[in-house]
Design a protein around this ligand. Structure first.
Ligand code: FEO
Length: 402
């Protein structure tokens, strides 16, 4: 396996994980890559590693260029194990290397590895290290997406190695953005990754991009630690991130529901008819048939959310509760929501769903819509009317963002 040059003297030495479909609980239908980079300069530098299972692949690529024992500079941008998992193997070979990382990363590395004998030097924003001809500058990015996170900028090459930011779970051998299908990359991979991993950090993302702009860094390539490297138009992904961080969404509604005896499902169809008759785009997701991360991604694309839940033991149906629990952790903003569902006697599912949506500080349309046991004639008309009403609310709310 070969190393691949991405800039003069800078090589990708990472791994393609074609087969991973469950990335710590989030589905990755396209697999992923673990990108890391070797700089062949007077001092050889390795920036990040790969998931432990792929360490041999990484060493094979490095050995195409040099003996890993010759690495003198090691940069750990992020300690999550898909990138830091092979540092013990690297450091056991590269005994003369100095490892550069943030203070929080040093603490984390010491909790993951026996770092006795490692030469670790902590760095902060603006600190630099020369490899010879090239200058590595570090930029701390705390909580993007872990407290230890940082990026490495190589001034002479206008290259930003951005760790998880701007990444995608998108296994491909082409390496660069201009060599893959753009629609698949932007629509699926970038939005999916942002929605499921970076959604809670929109405010920080805006602030960090503004800081990079203030620093006046010239960037003509962004190399994240997953997926393709942005060389054709790195501004495009930065703009997408800024838009998503602003909470930009499409005018449309996603109905996310589950059902016990099809009553809530039937209600969803009447509601959908009402939405469509208002001329608003809508999609329907049944939770038991859909991976959680797909439901989250579809939620993130649209301005409106309707949650459909039967009542079970006076509470929401468990899959709906799980969905809202995931969503709550992702701290979405700038979305309007409501809930509907059937119940048998005491009710409670819709009330609980509305309560959680309100606790997330979303714009909530109350009182939602409930039906006892199963929808019949008049219930369908009311469901249709509820769909029309909610669609109008979405259009009105969305107009405030245009
Ligand atoms: Fe790809 Fe935060 O690790």
């Amino acid at each position: 396996m070969k190393a691949k040059q991405i800039k003069p003297g800078i090589y990708w030495v990472g791994a393609i994980d074609w087969n991973v479909r469950d990335f710590h609980g989030y589905v990755t239908p396209r697999g992923t890559t673990y990108n890391n980079f070797l700089i062949m300069d007077r001092k050889i530098a390795l920036i990040d590693t790969v998931k432990y299972d792929f360490a041999d692949t990484m060493f094979e690529r490095i050995r195409c260029l040099t003996n890993p024992e010759k690495i003198r500079i090691a940069v750990c941008n992020h300690i999550e194990m898909d990138h830091a998992g092979s540092w013990d193997r690297v450091m056991s070979l590269a005994k003369k290397a100095t490892l550069y990382c943030t203070e929080r990363a040093r603490e984390g590395l010491e909790r993951h590895f026996d770092t006795t004998g490692w030469d670790i030097q902590t760095v902060g924003t603006g600190d630099t290290v020369k490899t010879g001809e090239k200058t590595l500058m570090f930029i701390e990015t705390p909580m993007l997406h872990w407290p230890d996170s940082m990026m490495t900028y190589i001034r002479e090459d206008r290259l930003l190695i951005s760790q998880d930011a701007f990444g995608q779970h998108f296994a491909q051998a082409a390496l660069f953005d201009d060599l893959v299908q753009e629609q698949e990359l932007l629509e699926d991979a970038v939005i999916d990754y942002y929605a499921n991993i970076l959604m809670p950090f929109g405010r920080l993302i805006k602030a960090k991009i503004a800081e990079l702009q203030r620093m006046g860094l010239e960037i003509d390539m962004i190399a994240p630690d997953h997926g393709v490297i942005w060389r054709k138009n790195p501004e495009k992904v930065i703009k997408m991130y800024l838009d998503m961080a602003e909470g930009r969404a499409r005018e449309g509604i996603v109905i996310v529901y589950d059902t016990m005896w099809h009553s809530t499902e039937r209600m969803s169809r009447a509601i959908l008819d009402g939405i469509l008759d208002e001329g608003v785009y809508a999609e329907v997701i049944k939770l038991r048939e859909t991976p959680m991360s797909v439901a989250i991604k579809q939620f993130w694309k649209y301005r409106g959310l309707l949650v459909g839940t039967p009542t079970l033991n006076n509470l929401m149906f468990p899959t709906v509760a799980e969905f809202l629990q995931h969503l709550r952790g992702l701290r979405p903003q700038h979305r309007i929501a409501s809930a509907f569902g059937s119940y048998g006697w005491g009710g409670g599912g819709v009330r609980e769903a509305l309560g959680i949506l309100k606790s997330m500080k979303l714009e909530v349309v109350e009182p939602g819509f409930e039906v006892k046991y199963r929808p019949m004639g008049e219930d369908y008309r009311q469901g249709y009317d509820f769909g029309r009403l909610f669609a109008r609310k979405v259009v009105e709310y969305h107009s405030g963002f245009e």
